[in-house]
Write a protein that binds this ligand. Structure first.
Ligand SMILES: Cc1cc2nc3c(=O)[nH]c(=O)nc-3n(C[C@H](O)[C@H](O)[C@H](O)COP(=O)(O)OP(=O)(O)OC[C@H]3O[C@@H](n4cnc5c(N)ncnc54)[C@H](O)[C@@H]3O)c2cc1C
Length: 419
């Protein structure tokens, strides 16, 4: 069959690209490897699909190799423009603290709606077909080339091709034969930054396991700073979750891509927790000194109203204090040592979770290899969108925003040139 545009991958970006191209009257086919389309969309936002964020236009929430191009993409498809696009597709959305969800809070229905709209606009989806190559037609040998068809994709002729194959993260299948670069049947391999997991938990080193397992199940608000080779590189604030062998929670997820990168470069990594980020050490000192002067002189009285029991027990134990002793006066300096530890509570990190348990992957096709229309600079009429590009965002709707926004741009560009 002859198509104007063949899209490889029916995820968020591929479906949005296909809908955009089909709306512009291009003849579109989406080829999906899995037996169902949009599988990952159904898993997003704990089943509620956090599809964008009020701050999704701000590049400080993303990591990429080409900030200028990313700025252009995000200013072309702003959160308002994306919500308007969803509205035009029939999806009503609502906001909670800057995070946007479908009104019905059902990710499965978002997937169904995207598939339905694609059919409504005349597009088609072929599922259960993992592609392993794109073949270029040669001008001298192929009459179809003169009619504008450049590629054979899965047995179909295509004027344009959009690659939207996602990354290795959160994959429901295994194997590496879906790597992007294998798709291009070309003698020189396409430049590709190897993927590393991002938005996932960070495992502590073996030596730290006893310490962290005591805190298992605890959730506290705090500031987390990443140190690589003992240098502070990035920090974030939010809820920290302690598991048996790892640090987790959105704040840790947001730093995990940097952890993955650093470990890949052979650097040491640690996460330093400030469990009292709203107070300086000096402020805490004067609070404790006043309490001490008022006669609150044992560990539980001085510190029990600050930390939960579990945390207090561990912080005290690490300072040689028995928090259950009520009678003995605690030296103020010992109490201040607990505060010092709580403001710089460090865990050595051995690594991150693997791709299967990561929400996104860092790496992919360098964004700097793309034109502003999201066509690859070296491969004519090959467009690329979504997570297969080297752009990853923080938790909170930024990754779906980029997938949809880049899908709209790739679909629009491919359709424009196809007609
Ligand atoms: C558990 C989980 C929760 C998440 N929650 C959120 C959230 O709430 N908000 C948010 O912003 N982001 C979230 N994300 C991230 C977000 O889902 C992804 O960034 C986004 O879906 C990427 O879309 P994509 O279209 O680029 O890739 P994908 O959704 O991965 O789609 C790629 C598609 O291509 C297909 N494919 C791959 N190779 C081939 C091939 N060779 N031939 C044919 N088909 C192929 C795949 O089967 C897949 O269907 C979450 C991720 C996970 C794993």
């Amino acid at each position: 069959m002859l198509y104007d545009v063949v899209v490889i991958g029916a995820g968020a970006s591929g479906l949005m690209a296909a809908i955009t191209a089909a709306k512009a009257d291009a003849k579109v086919l989406v080829v999906e490897g899995l037996s169902e389309y949009g599988k990952k969309i159904t898993m997003t936002g704990n089943g509620k699909c956090n599809l964008t964020n009020d701050a999704a236009g701000d590049i400080s929430h993303y990591h990429t190799d080409d900030e200028e191009l990313l700025k252009g993409i995000l200013s072309e498809v702003t959160p308002e423009a994306l919500l308007e696009e969803f509205n035009s597709l029939g999806l009503l959305c609502r906001e909670k603290n800057g995070y946007w969800y479908p009104y019905h809070e059902n990710a499965g229905l978002v997937r169904d709606l995207l598939g339905q709209r694609l059919y409504d606009y005349g597009g088609q989806i072929e599922t259960g077909r993992f592609l392993t190559g794109i073949t270029s037609l040669l001008p001298s040998r192929d009459p179809e080339y003169d009619a504008g068809y450049r590629y054979i994709v899965g047995g179909h002729s295509a004027r344009k091709c959009i690659i939207a194959t996602g990354s290795l993260a959160g994959r429901v299948f295994s194997g590496d034969d879906n790597e992007f670069y294998r798709l291009l049947n070309h003698p020189s391999p396409i430049p590709f930054i190897p993927y590393v997991p991002s938005l996932c938990k960070c495992y502590v080193s073996d030596e730290e396991k006893k310490r962290i397992s005591y805190l298992k199940g605890l959730r506290v608000k705090g500031k987390v700073t990443l140190l690589t080779d003992n240098e502070e590189v990035k920090d974030d604030y939010g809820e920290i979750q302690f598991t048996e062998d790892a640090l987790s929670g959105i704040v840790v997820f947001n730093l995990s891509g940097y952890v993955s990168e650093a470990i890949g470069e052979g650097k040491t990594c640690s996460l330093k927790l400030d469990l009292l980020p709203e107070y300086s050490f000096e402020e805490m000192k004067s609070i404790l000194e006043k309490r001490y002067a008022d006669g609150l002189r044992y560990a539980k009285a001085l510190l029990g109203g600050i930390f939960s029991d579990k945390l207090l027990n561990l912080l005290c134990k690490e300072n040689g204090i028995d928090p259950s002793v009520k009678k003995n006066d605690l030296a103020i300096e010992s109490a201040l040592n607990v505060i010092r530890l709580a403001k710089a509570y460090k865990f050595d990190i051995a690594g991150t979770a693997g791709f299967k348990d990561a929400q996104v992957a860092r790496g992919g096709v360098p964004l700097s290899d793309m034109t502003p229309e999201l066509m690859h600079k070296r491969f004519r009429e090959i467009y690329i969108c979504g997570e297969v590009l080297n752009v990853d965002g923080e938790c909170g709707g930024f990754n779906l925003h980029f997938a949809f926004a880049s899908g709209i741009i790739a679909g629009r560009s491919a359709a424009k040139k196809a007609l």
